[in-house]
Design a protein around this ligand. Structure first.
Ligand code: DAH
Length: 356
């Protein structure tokens, strides 16, 4: 037990001693350790304060006051030192972390648009120039039902026309597939809008279970076009596609040929060829010596398709067309292997769009 006289005698020395230690502390950690040693739960001064109850009642006030005065002096010293050390640490940090503005900067690599995106954008802007709206490429699902991919497009169930496109079915449900054509956009758009005129193009990705080769890949892109209004004729279709083909391939008119064909959702249907871009029609390897390159499929929208979307086929007529983006990109930029679009080879990708 402490006696009051002993406590009072030792306090000044304790204060001096502790404050000296405080002033010589070099780090915030050392200062904190010292604080705990003196003022912490089992610190020297704390213990002394705790023993105050053993001091005789007469002397207690004086001893108590003296203890408080010492602990306050020590606390003040600790606080001042802490501020000083923190300030010093900050100054040191600022000194050592200065930025050398003369160092060369890190180059920031800016990505480029993919060649397929470039071709899609070019094609869409030609149609925009003719008053078409471009549907967002996620406006129509790629995971689609048979209804939108086939049935509503006038492909009867079990009709061999469904086999023209080797379709991936999912395991989600019997009728859920990866769309094999962007023609689902026709159905989705028309049944949502209901009232013509419609004038849209819909770019997007499609899937087919093809054996991969330099010409075929299991996924590719198409652009679907649709124009429905009163009195739309096959002549409108021809004019539109001839204008488009001329603009896509350099601006001057190109010879085209509309060959009769079959698609369940158009009647009549045609496949459209352009005079070979490489030999001008004389015949070469690219056009298989025919002088023609097939560019797209098209036709007048079948009345059944209009009716399936709730549109009066007596009042309205329209045309539709669909084209493969990879094929057009390959023709336009003389690319001889479709797989190169998908293997992310920088040497290939870098050749496009150098301004970006
Ligand atoms: N969907 C067809 C295909 O993938 C392409 C096509 C042909 C689309 C004629 C059309 C069209 O809109 O009218 O083979």
């Amino acid at each position: 037990m402490l006696t009051s006289s002993l406590q009072l005698d030792t306090l000044p020395t304790l204060q001096i001693d502790v404050i000296r230690q405080v002033t010589t502390c070099q780090t915030i950690e050392a200062l904190e350790a010292l604080r705990v040693e003196i003022l912490g739960r089992s610190g020297q001064l704390t213990l002394l304060k705790r023993n105050l109850k053993d001091v005789s009642p007469e002397e207690r006030p004086a001893v108590g006051q003296a203890l408080n005065a010492v602990s306050q002096a020590i606390e003040t010293a600790l606080t001042e030192k802490k501020t000083q050390l923190e300030q010093a640490a900050l100054t040191e940090k600022l000194r050592t972390e200065t930025i050398d503005v003369t160092l060369p900067g890190l180059p920031s690599v800016v990505g480029k648009r993919h060649p397929l995106t470039l071709v899609i954008d070019d094609i869409c802007s030609v149609f925009e120039g003719m008053g078409y709206s471009v549907l967002d490429d996620n406006a129509c699902p790629e995971v689609e039902t048979e209804f939108y991919n086939f049935e509503a497009l006038n492909f009867p169930e079990d009709h061999p026309a469904r086999d023209m496109q080797d379709t991936y079915y999912t395991e989600v449900a019997k009728n859920v597939l990866l769309r094999s054509q962007t023609s689902n956009a026709q159905i989705r758009y028309m049944s949502a809008q209901k009232t013509p005129p419609f004038k849209v193009v819909a770019p997007g990705r499609v899937y087919r279970n093809e054996e991969v080769s330099s010409r075929k890949y299991v996924l590719f892109h198409q652009i679907e076009g649709l124009y429905v209004a009163e009195n739309v004729t096959f002549a409108d279709l021809k004019g539109t596609l001839n204008t488009f083909i001329a603009q896509l391939f350099g601006g001057s008119p190109r010879k085209t040929r509309f060959r009769p064909s079959f698609f369940p959702f158009t009647e009549p249907s045609a496949e459209v060829d352009v005079e070979c871009l490489f030999c001008g029609g004389d015949g070469c390897k690219v056009c298989g010596h025919s002088g023609w390159l097939e560019i797209l499929g098209a036709g007048m929208v079948h009345p059944n398709v209009l009716e399936n979307c709730g549109i009066d086929s007596e009042k309205y007529t329209g045309f539709a067309f669909g084209m493969g983006v990879e094929r057009l990109a390959m023709l336009r930029d003389a690319i001889d292997d479709i797989r190169i679009f998908y293997n992310n080879d920088q040497r290939f990708l870098k050749q496009f769009n150098p301004a970006y």
